[in-house]
Write a protein that binds this ligand. Sequence first.
Ligand code: F0G
Length: 352
Amino acid sequence: MTNFTWLLDQYRHLLNLPAHTARVTLHEGHTPLIPAPSLAGALGGGFQLWIKYEGLNPTGSFKDRGMTAAISEALGRGAKSVICASTGNTAASAAAYAARAGMQAVVLIPQGKVAAGKLAGAVAYGAQVVQVDGSFDQALAMVVALTEKHPLALVNSINPYRIEGQKTAAFEICDALGTAPDWLCLPVGNAGNITAYWAGFKGYHAVQATGLPQVLGVQAQGSAPLVLGHPVDHPETVATAIRIGKPARGEEALLAAEESGGRIIAVSDDDILAMQKLLASSEGIWVEPASAAGLAGLAQEIAGGRFDPHGQRIVAVCTGHGLKDPGIITQGGIQLESIPPELGALEAVIRS
Ligand code: F0G
């Protein structure tokens, strides 16, 4: 027997999971909170910054926290198949946990808008992948309508157990720091994760008096319904994970920002990609574009003088691994030096 505690058992007293919940796990969660002093310095310094590196979950994104809960609940009540709409990460996660549970997974993805590492994962884990010639929002509406007629379990973050599972990231941050941070920055797409974090921090504070963070939610400029105040019919962004125009939990996201004394803002694709590179080159942490949005938002607020970080303890949630979307780095072609197999040639090209 190895010494293993399931994430959802560790925090069971803080979670609302039904008694029939089975246990389908890939040992998700327990991700590191990595100090990022070089990046903090690059943003002006004078504050403490940590990265909650969720790309280190079993399928490479934070979705696994919610999926272990949603699939375990579905299995426990006898569901045979699960279904979700996804910009990619939920699809890969649902496929993996369904495989683990011996269930079928069907995933709907927006055609041509899912990064290679996510699509490959969903296929490798054996899901039925259906592409929709439309947006994520349209795919989600179809999945909701389908599950009203057919007995497939819906595992998008509309499913309350997804939120329960994802609360654990907030608990882990409080455990690591001893209290909640002053600020939490994270990307916002369908708005399940910001909802889960806020519920998690509030739940933990109620029993442990860990305090509450202010929440900075960040959308991409071309997909920013919560900033604009209305749905976006044709969302666009290089951060395909958050290419969402009608967030299912949009109201809750706005409430989380407001209640916490934080806000939801939008950043440009250029700023997202610049932050992705800065994080990788200054801290050795490579995340997918959407995952750099929270930090890009923080940088924007500091540069614009709207946020004084001095003395603050800030946590940025980096939701997915860089390996999910290698194409974003290689798409323009990578210029490599090529040399013959001779030491002299190597000495001639070495730059440091
Ligand atoms: N970051 C990544 C890497 C994501 O994959 C997502 C959402 C988000 C942030 C935003 O989280 O939706 O809870 O606000 N991806 C979903 C998916 C939509 O289908 O994989 P959210």
